[in-house]
Design a protein around this ligand. Structure first.
Ligand SMILES: [Zn+2]
Length: 372
């Protein structure tokens, strides 16, 4: 259904609203006192990759539509197609193929907001490399960035890199001038290098608290360095496992709220049942706890978390209402990537209709199309 209307309370103010839409676009938003148990909130926005995405020599429109619809069913109306460390030419070829599929389908054009390229310009150090293959990691060149910009056109692009790699500051400056948002990650850069990277234009830090060793120096480690760097915007995986509830709470005390956003990590099909999968050349296993691991290894290699479950996890860990943490998974990532994400006339009708229980806990989030 591409048109309809719904009443609900604005998630931020509690104000009762009526929203109408047609042709997938919001046509009107106005005050309406009709009794409703719905809440209305901007769409969740997530990075999303997975088995079929990384191995996408056979990637089809059907794969992408199935991913987009699965995300949409759970309140995530837009996602960043995510690819991790691989041979650069292979990565660029995958983006090219995927972008052509996206451009050919209106539903995919609405859902696929941009691209997240995580690697191969990362730290190969044990503990920092995570599940990425160090054999294909390398320093970035200016030609790489121009190619990335060319294959993605004017789309929003997030590039995760480790700033201790040779030539990174110039790469960050060039990326920024090309409109590519640089996020630091899988890095063991010094405090000075991280500050220099931010001064050069780096803005994010990818899944802070993960892509780091189990044991850290108590005086100086990547967490302390990020906490001590003004202006950097980390993403956190709010599944209660990737970042322990203790550390999660400390992160929210150490960083201003407007500088934290959430992600579920790039790896697997969210909601994928427990089992073994192959991502690129990596064997992975989804556990009953929705965590992705490399078989036989204790490290986390990603999560199968749905964004809406991340909202529940964050609210629970912080002892806050879902309405208070919702911006971290909707407005904040949109700000980082320069996207609008508001419920207003002329905007896409991809907002969330949220149900809560009598205790005010989030039960489910859906989108207008599935509600109509
Ligand atoms: Zn990662």
């Amino acid at each position: 259904m591409h048109s309809g209307e719904i009443c609900g309370r604005d998630f931020a103010t509690g104000r009762p609203l009526r929203v109408t839409w047609a042709g997938g676009v919001i046509t009107d938003v106005y005050d309406d006192d009709t009794e409703s148990c719905n809440w209305l909130a901007p769409t969740l926005l997530n990075g999303y990759g997975g088995v079929d995405f990384q191995r996408n020599d056979q990637l089809t429109e059907a794969h992408l539509l199935s991913a987009a619809r699965q995300l949409r069913r759970d309140g995530c109306g837009r996602f960043f197609f995510t690819l991790i460390t691989d041979d650069w030419q292979k990565l660029m070829a995958r983006v090219r193929v995927t972008r052509a599929l996206r451009d050919a389908h209106p539903e995919l054009r609405a859902a696929m907001a941009g691209w997240h390229i995580e690697g191969p310009f990362l730290s190969p150090e044990v503990g920092f490399k995570g599940a990425h293959n160090p054999a294909v990691m390398r320093d970035a060149t200016a030609a790489d960035l121009h190619e990335l910009r060319a294959v993605t056109g004017r789309d929003p692009v997030l590039l995760t890199l480790a700033p201790e790699r040779v030539g990174s500051l110039e790469i960050i400056r060039l990326a920024t001038s090309l409109g590519i948002v640089v996020s630091l990650g899988h890095t063991n850069a010094s405090a000075d290098t991280i500050r220099a990277a931010v001064a050069a234009g780096a803005r994010g830090f990818t899944h802070l608290g993960n892509g780091i060793p189990q044991q850290l120096d108590r005086h100086d480690n990547i967490l302390w360095r990020v906490f001590d760097t003004p202006g950097i915007m980390p993403s956190l995986i709010p599944d209660t496992h990737h970042v322990s509830p203790l550390l999660f709470r400390h992160m929210h005390r150490a960083l201003p709220a407007e500088r934290i956003y959430y992600t579920t990590d790039a790896m697997s099909a969210a909601g994928a049942p427990p089992g073994r999968y192959t991502i690129g050349s990596i064997e992975l296993e989804v556990g009953t706890d929705q965590i992705v691991r490399q078989p036989g290894k204790p490290n986390f290699a990603g999560s199968a978390l749905r964004p809406v479950d991340g909202i529940k996890g964050a609210a629970e860990m912080l002892g806050k209402k879902w309405q208070e943490v919702w911006p971290h998974f909707s407005l904040r990532p949109a700000e980082l990537m320069g996207l609008r994400n508001t419920i207003a006339p002329g905007e896409p009708a991809d907002f969330c209709i949220v149900q809560q229980d009598d205790a005010g806990r989030l039960v489910e989030a859906r989108m207008p199309a599935s509600a109509a």
